[in-house]
Design a binder for this molecule. Structure first.
Ligand code: ATP
Length: 250
């Protein structure tokens, strides 16, 4: 299944919006089990890249291979079944439902597909057990019965991560998971992401360089819709082109 240890290969990807070329030939690879950060200035095309990889938008050119299979242009629900999952903004969660109910709906979706031959009661037990496991994993066990609307900001972002994990993905894409967090919340989020992505492959878009350099095994720098450099963190840190374009001398 694996293509020389690669789980994802993006080849010469293009995307334009009514003539505005946002991705202009993006190529990079992600190895199985790697934590890969995508960094770059505002408007560089990072979220668009995620949207194309996860099927929200079709690219105008190029291809995407997941575990050696061409997934270019496939819709999100197919990619979800193939074990690719991206973070949802918390606005996608049902605010009046409890934390438990939200995560259970994601888990149920997966179990409905996988355990359709089980008796309903057995399936419900399995779904509830998995939901509890996920809530404990992300540290939300104590607020399982609270409505989402009552959670703190940090807890809402942890719920986002639980929802992303609810489909049991192999490849996890997180878009700025620490945006808007305090220093303490960010430090906790780094530990959480580290813990929950063990044994999986992670691609993360992040502006906070503490998060990037704490988590990433490799970093790709997106600049004007192209990959300026893709390498290990210490190489990226010393790359003069990257310093000029994004990191600065600091
Ligand atoms: N659906 C869309 N329609 C038109 N233009 C879009 C659309 N989505 C993104 N863009 C444009 O594409 C460019 C890149 O946006 P994108 O959100 O991918 O950048 P980014 O690197 O994620 O930026 P940031 O770091 O600020 O989140 C921007 O100029 C944006 O306005």
């Amino acid at each position: 299944m694996k293509d020389n240890g690669r789980i994802l290969e993006v080849r010469d990807l293009y995307k334009d919006f009514s003539g505005l070329e946002v991705l202009a030939g993006v190529s990079f690879q992600v190895a199985q089990g790697e934590r890969h950060a995508v960094i770059g200035p505002n408007g560089a095309g990072k979220t668009t890249l995620f949207n194309v990889i996860t099927g929200k938008y079709k690219p105008s050119g190029g291809s995407i291979l997941f575990q050696g299979r061409d997934i270019t242009g496939r819709p999100p629900h197919q990619l979800c079944r193939m074990k690719i999952s991206r973070s949802f903004q918390i606005t996608n969660a049902f605010q009046e439902l409890t934390v438990f109910e939200n995560v259970r709906s994601g888990v149920r979706c997966l179990h409905g597909l996988r355990y359709h031959f089980f008796r309903r009661v057995d399936r419900d037990v399995a779904v509830n057990r998995r939901t509890e496991e996920l809530l404990h994993l992300v540290g939300l066990g104590s607020v399982a019965d609270a409505p989402v609307s009552t959670l703190s900001y940090g807890q809402q972002r942890a719920l986002e991560i639980a929802l992303t994990l609810s489909t049991d993905p192999e490849l996890i894409l997180l878009d700025e998971p620490t945006a808007g967090m305090t220093r303490e919340e960010t430090a906790e989020a780094i530990q959480l992401i580290d813990r929950v992505t063990r044994g999986k492959t992670l691609i993360i878009i992040e502006h906070d360089m503490d998060v990037v350099f704490s988590l990433a095994d490799r970093i790709s720098v997106l600049h004007y819709g192209r990959i300026l450099a893709s390498d290990r963190p210490h190489v990226i840190r010393d790359d003069q082109r990257v310093k000029d374009a994004y990191l600065g001398e600091g």
